[in-house]
Design a protein around this ligand. Structure first.
Ligand code: ZN
Length: 337
């Protein structure tokens, strides 16, 4: 069933002209315009779509799509996004190697993310979208060619579309719930062919995924070789929405490595402290951010001072040690070799 009330038959019943043939032509045209308005997916996007159940090709149908292998049918949602969430039960096997020794801190150089002086994309003059930082933006890749796809994994209301398009990418937003997404889908079972994207962005999503290791494997699968994966994840933010697994920096590292990625950088978001996050999201929800931030500011300053004294008396402790214990969230950058 078509989700919208506008069907081909409805159009044929419209009284646009005395002439029946003209009538049909106009109504056909309106039908196509309606389809285009409701369905933001382009012909090129169809080339990278795959059945979320079995990963085989999808065939376009009147109401949406059908898998050429398992015959699962996918309809357009009311918002116009093709709904590619799983229709059937699916099992996913993961193997864990228990002999692997625990991850040692010395294996990875955890450093604060700095703004790259000569970034691939010049975002100067652009205001930084919510959840992002100048430092993270300076690490965005530039599209290698025209029509390079990027995936905003867990796109929400697609606030990152503009910056991704500025970087030259053709934007695809996937979300389980948001009606603004290009496609509705599940991070555990991405409806895309292997190696479809040059760039994946996933902002404040990982903590909302029930099985983060599976999401990492899926992100790795759909990313092209030499592609970049940029994201953020909750650490000391309070439970929110439907968050499951908040990550420490070790946790982020392990999740990415398990997915198959080469970890480039993991950094605490220094302007988003646990105290600020708790104030804004847990202690004083809905209070303007500047106000909730000012309420915890004295405690924050006292803590910084305390750590500075500690660093002076016990030099091995550093500013980054403080941030890794007190950050509200982490940013990460990873690549596929
Ligand atoms: Zn299928």
């Amino acid at each position: 069933m078509r989700q919208s009330g506008w069907s081909r038959t409805d159009c044929w019943q419209g009284q646009f002209s005395e002439n029946l043939q003209e009538d049909v032509l106009i109504s056909e045209l309106l039908y196509e315009i309606g389809l285009q308005m409701r369905n933001p997916d382009s012909a090129r996007m169809w080339e990278i779509l795959a059945c979320p159940s079995c990963n085989h090709d999808l065939k376009k149908t009147e109401n949406g799509a059908v898998c050429i292998e398992c015959q699962s049918e996918y309809d357009y949602s009311a918002s116009g996004a093709l709904d590619l969430r799983l229709k059937n039960r699916k099992s996913y096997s993961l193997e864990f190697e228990l002999i692997t020794p625990p991850f040692p801190k010395s294996e990875f150089d955890f450093k604060l993310l700095n703004e790259i002086k000569k970034p691939e994309v010049d975002f100067s003059g652009i205001s930084v979208p919510f959840h992002l930082t100048r430092e993270l933006l300076s690490n965005f890749p530039k599209a290698k060619g025209e029509g390079s796809f990027m995936l905003d994994l867990g796109c929400g209301n697609t606030i990152h579309r503009e910056i991704c398009e500025l970087a030259g990418f053709e934007y695809i937003g996937l979300d389980y719930h948001s009606p603004q997404a290009t496609f509705m889908g599940d991070a555990h079972s991405l409806p895309f062919k292997n190696e479809s994207f040059e760039f994946i962005l996933s902002i404040a999503v990982l903590e909302h995924v029930r099985f983060p290791f599976i999401m990492m494997r899926e992100a790795f699968r759909v990313l092209k070789r030499k592609g970049k994966f940029v994201g953020t994840v909750s650490f000391l933010e309070p439970f929110h929405g439907d968050s499951f697994y908040h990550h420490t920096h070790f946790g982020v590292h392990y999740s990415l490595k398990f997915g198959g990625f080469k970890v480039e950088k993991i950094s605490p978001n220094k302007k988003w402290s646990a105290l600020r996050a708790q104030a804004a999201m847990g202690l004083f929800p809905k209070m303007p951010h500047f106000l909730s931030a000012s309420l915890v500011l004295p405690l924050q300053m006292l803590s910084v001072l305390w750590w500075k004294m500690g660093n002076y008396l016990n030099p091995p402790k550093t500013e980054i040690d403080r941030l890794y214990r007190t950050a509200g969230s982490f940013s990460f950058i990873a690549t596929k070799e």
